[in-house]
Design a binder for this molecule. Structure first.
Ligand code: HEC
Length: 198
């Protein structure tokens, strides 16, 4: 083989392996440190808020298993992918904030459960390569619980602690889409808001 051919061949090999390894790494916002811990995403409040749940202590003998109000976000590019395909792409990341119930008296809006303080922060990441052996390739993380400081990097939690309930109860690919009207409305529509009836 001539030098030129060899050069072309090795360059092609380089480009090929770059493309292959580029594909192997999931797209998406998740970043990890050398220990494989997920870094606290800084901008998730600019992501898409897909749903909010309330399980007040008052309706749970003073101690709801999940305190008390939760707000769930999905990263914008994965949301765009969901809108087109109805699937969570490799690299999808979700963040869930936990918020206490604050006021119960509304300013003319009626009594209810109004958001108090932020008291928890959790996340999940789907990555086929990194989490090949996890159910649905999802990994789950806690950044903050009441009584402990917020951590800037979190460990992948054991499957039994988090993924098992998601696998058993969540409607779509371990994600609780049954509770996220924004995702349900947008699924495979390609549209960003409410679609007007024809
Ligand atoms: C007993 C069932 C159960 C267990 C165990 C559980 N979850 Fe969830 N998770 C839910 C439900 C229900 C939702 C829907 C939102 C809500 O009500 O909080 C949810 C939503 C989430 C979401 C938002 C995206 C999604 O998948 O819907 C994240 C992130 C999350 N949980 C993280 C965790 C982490 C981290 C753990 C382990 C410490 C965990 N979950 C354990 C039931 C569970």
């Amino acid at each position: 083989m001539s030098f030129k051919k060899r050069l072309v061949k090795s360059l092609t090999g380089l480009v090929f392996s770059a493309v292959v390894s580029g594909h192997a790494l999931a797209a998406g916002p998740a970043q990890f440190n050398d220990k494989g811990e997920l870094l606290l995403p800084q901008d998730y409040r600019e992501w898409v808020m897909v749903g909010t749940q309330v399980t007040p202590n008052e309706l749970n003998d003073g101690n709801a298993p999940f305190t008390e109000i939760r707000t769930v976000y999905v990263d914008p590019e994965s949301y765009a992918h969901w809108k087109k395909t109805g699937e969570f792409r490799d690299g999808t990341m979700t963040v869930k904030e936990l918020i206490s119930v604050g006021d119960r008296k509304g300013p003319g809006s009626g009594n209810g459960y109004f958001m108090g303080d932020y008291i928890g922060l959790e996340a999940s990441v789907k990555d086929a390569k990194r989490f090949a052996s996890e159910p649905g390739n999802w990994a789950f993380y806690i950044f903050y619980v009441p009584g402990s400081p917020l951590v800037s990097a979190a460990k992948n939690l054991p499957t039994a602690e988090c993924a098992a309930c998601h696998e058993a109860n969540a409607k779509t690919d371990l994600v609780f889409t049954q509770f996220y009207p924004v995702l349900r409305a947008a699924k495979e529509t390609g549209a960003s808001g409410v679609i007007a009836p024809k």
